[in-house]
Ligand binder design. Structure first.
Ligand SMILES: Cc1ncc(COP(=O)(O)O)c(C=O)c1O
Length: 265
């Protein structure tokens, strides 16, 4: 695959340059109806490419869906995933989707220090959280992730759990031995879900730790908007086929996300 291509951006730019008079959403009509202060702040071009379902019109349907899928396939290829979904609601949306797809109505093992999106996911999925405790390091003044042995103890105590959800790395940048946790989980038949919000750069340089998928994760949500160069809220969900049904992931994303995703994200 040619990683220098940008099929989705190119499709949106082609739309902006096509001289279309919009009789469609969004109501600012390529910036014509937006407040001058907003146009000045974002720049006129940003408003010209702020489109969503316009490209779902018969004329553009193919280019929108084909361009989006092509861009997601490029991302999956670059990041060592079987598939990738671009997310409009940050990594929070990806965390919600992972738990709903893999552990709805079931037990899930999570760190008590997890981000609140994990708690929200447990509520949305009607899952049963089994907590493992982080460890305070007085020298560093930091809460470290629960050690692998604590995850293993929780898995042994709850053989009916459907998944583990591991934060890798933590907000402070501490990465636990994910490979050991993933191997232990898979050996017991559990899916491995990873909140990799702060690890979008992992694996992109040999000096950095490997990304979660390379260590055995079945699903991982990353925030390129935190560590890479995308716009705020733009995240992605990376998946490996096998333990969690891709169709289930796609279905919950369809429920959780807006149907008017902005092309700017
Ligand atoms: C550890 C962790 N996970 C998930 C999230 C949610 O990410 P987003 O802000 O992209 O929804 C955050 C956000 O700060 C986070 O720190």
């Amino acid at each position: 695959m040619n990683q220098n291509e940008a099929p989705f951006l190119e499709a949106v730019q082609a739309y902006a340059d096509a001289g279309i008079v919009p009789f469609h959403t969004p109501g600012h009509k390529q910036g014509r109806g937006a407040s001058p202060a907003l146009v000045e702040s974002l720049g006129p071009r940003a408003l010209r490419i702020d489109v969503s379902d316009v490209l779902l019109s018969p004329r553009y349907n193919d280019s929108w869906t084909a361009a989006l899928s092509a861009a997601e396939r490029l991302a999956a290829d670059l990041l060592g995933a079987d598939y990738c979904y671009f997310l409009a609601n940050g990594t929070s949306g990806g965390v919600h989707a992972m738990v709903m797809a893999a552990a709805a109505g079931r037990k899930i093992i999570v760190a008590r220090s997890s981000h609140r999106s994990v708690i929200g996911a447990v509520i949305l999925a009607d899952a049963w959280p089994v907590y493992v405790d982080p460890v305070y390091d007085p020298e560093l003044g930091l809460w470290l992730p629960p050690p692998p042995a604590a995850w293993e103890r929780a898995m042994d105590a709850h053989p009916d759990a459907a998944a583990v959800l591991v934060t890798y790395p933590t907000y402070e940048g501490v990465a636990l031995d994910l490979q050991r946790v993933a191997e232990a989980a898979h050996a017991r038949g559990l899916a491995v879900l990873v909140d990799e919000a702060h690890g979008a750069h992992f694996g992109l340089h040999p000096a950095l730790p490997p990304r979660a998928l390379a260590l055995g994760a079945d699903l991982s949500a990353q925030s390129p908007h935190k560590l890479l160069g995308s716009l705020t809220q733009a995240s992605w969900l990376l998946g490996r086929r096998g333990r969690v049904e891709q169709d289930a992931v796609a279905a919950v994303l369809g429920v959780l996300q807006t149907t008017s995703q902005s092309a700017r994200g």
